[in-house]
Design a protein around this ligand. Structure first.
Ligand code: EPU
Length: 428
């Protein structure tokens, strides 16, 4: 079993640049099939989710090659294909391939998607939107089967500003006949990045980054060259690492505007924040104080930073309340942090955290990607040795995580432990 073994106690100090955005890359790696040609994507992070997604594209006839840090996708010829069920189930965004495949081929089939287990994660907004665009989609034996006699522009109102539904429907509508307007669209930076990518391919999208996105259909899209913007969630994780270890970290090559909610909350808790045009610095030389945090769609506090922020607040003075409003069960970190000496309890959608002066290393298990990152950060701040299991979840979204943390002064290594050691470390 592969684990992270962490020797806690060191303050993390230094500067870094983060890789490209996982979530923007995953959305782009669905939309890329819309283009009849070769696309060169720079700055795609090599994390397990993007590797899986790139592999999935080959099921539909795309030629995919990683070359010197870039990903080259030739989608000149696409066929409906037979998607590998295990691969599809490994990631949520496999489902966003349905619309682009339908737009290219007139029919498409995809097994129902998977992804991190953090709540129900239905796809009803996607299905309603696709139906409005002229698709017939049925679920048969766990497989979504979609056909169309021609996609057409439509007015689509989303009941919630879902990032995935906005991205999927926006991409599909680029090849529909006429104008599509998506109301109550998500305004996440990853939506804006996808629109920039699609426009580079020849699409006509306006308003991405606002709650009304207008897409004027075109007859075909080409390949293009595009650089994926940096990952705001990896950036936020390292900024949080500075706060929890009483360190001093500067993340460069990012848009500070994308970190507004996080840095304001860290500042409110007592961390020092400096910002420049493309960098953010978090420094902390004292114990933070407890605060209230509530997740909201962008530009609100990101749900993807909720578990990580909760880990930071376990060591703050006083009581914190962290409320999760996006997912119903993003709480896999709570029991594990309590094993390390945190005092957290879940009440409905809120996690109440009574701050403790120190955490103690323990063997803990990541339940999902961000819970895993939260446990690593807690381990870096804890006294003694922490063993974080289920590293595969963390590998979904953090590139060179342990190397980067080591460069910042963290004592973390990826190790294989044998069955006997594993048994000793397992929770009773
Ligand atoms: N929702 C529905 N019906 C739908 C679609 C969404 O009810 O058809 C609900 C979801 O269940 C959730 C809310 O709407 O309660 C928001 O979900 P959204 O569609 O915005 O999430 P997503 O597109 O599936 C992306 C990220 C997540 C991130 C969310 C929210 C990717 C690959 N994933 O998911 O990232 O938490 O947006 O910002 O882009 C992560 O990186 O750790 C991660 C889970």
């Amino acid at each position: 079993m592969t684990v992270f073994r962490i020797q806690g106690g060191a303050s993390l100090v230094g500067e870094l640049e983060v890789p490209g955005s996982k979530n923007a890359s995953l959305a782009i790696l669905s939309a890329v099939l819309l283009g009849k040609g070769t696309t060169v994507l720079h700055n795609v992070p090599k994390v397990s989710d993007t590797l899986t997604k790139a592999r999935l594209l080959t099921n539909f006839g795309a030629q995919v090659e990683w070359r010197e840090g870039s990903l080259i996708v030739d989608s000149s010829t696409i066929h409906p294909g037979q998607a590998d069920e295990e691969t599809v189930r490994a990631i949520r965004t496999s489902f966003y391939l349905l619309g682009p495949l339908l737009a290219r081929n007139g029919h498409a089939e995809l097994p129902a998607p998977g992804g991190c287990k953090i709540g129900a994660r239905p796809v009803d907004f996607h299905l309603k939107g696709l139906a409005l665009l002229g698709a017939d989609v049925v679920l048969e034996g766990g497989v979504y089967k979609a056909t169309t006699r021609g996609l057409r522009g439509a007015e689509i109102y989303l009941d919630f500003p879902s990032a995935g539904a906005t991205q999927h429907l926006m991409a599909t509508a680029t090849l529909a006949d006429g104008v599509t307007v998506i109301q109550n669209a998500a305004v996440e930076p990853e939506v804006t990045a996808l629109a920039a990518f699609l426009n580079r391919m020849g699409a006509r999208i306006e308003g991405a980054g606002t709650s009304t996105v207008t897409i004027t259909g075109v007859t075909s899209l080409d390949g293009c060259e595009f650089r994926v913007p940096s990952d705001r969630l990896q950036a936020g994780t390292y900024l949080a690492a500075a706060a929890i270890t009483r360190g001093d970290i500067t993340v460069r090559g990012i848009l500070p505007d994308n970190q507004t909610a996080l840095v304001n909350k860290l500042r409110e808790a007592g961390a020092r924040i400096d910002e420049g045009p493309d960098w953010v610095r978090v420094a902390c030389d004292r114990r933070l104080k407890g605060i209230r945090v509530k997740t909201m769609p962008y530009p609100g506090f990101p749900t993807d930073m909720q578990q990580i922020m909760a880990a930071v607040l376990t060591l703050a003075e006083g009581t914190s309340v962290v409320e999760e409003t996006i997912y119903e069960s993003r709480i896999g970190h709570v029991a594990e942090l309590n094993r390390m000496g945190a005092k957290m309890r879940v009440e409905g959608r809120a996690t109440i955290i009574e701050g403790v002066p120190s955490l103690t290393g323990a063997a803990v298990e990541a339940s999902d990607l961000r819970a895993g990152a939260a446990l690593v950060l807690a381990g870096l701040a804890a006294e003694g040795t922490t063993l974080v299991k289920n590293v595969r979840y963390i590998d979904r979204g953090y590139e060179n995580f342990e190397q980067t943390l080591t460069e910042l002064g963290g004592r973390i290594e990826r190790v294989e432990i044998g069955e006997s050691e594993e048994a000793r470390q397992l929770p009773e």
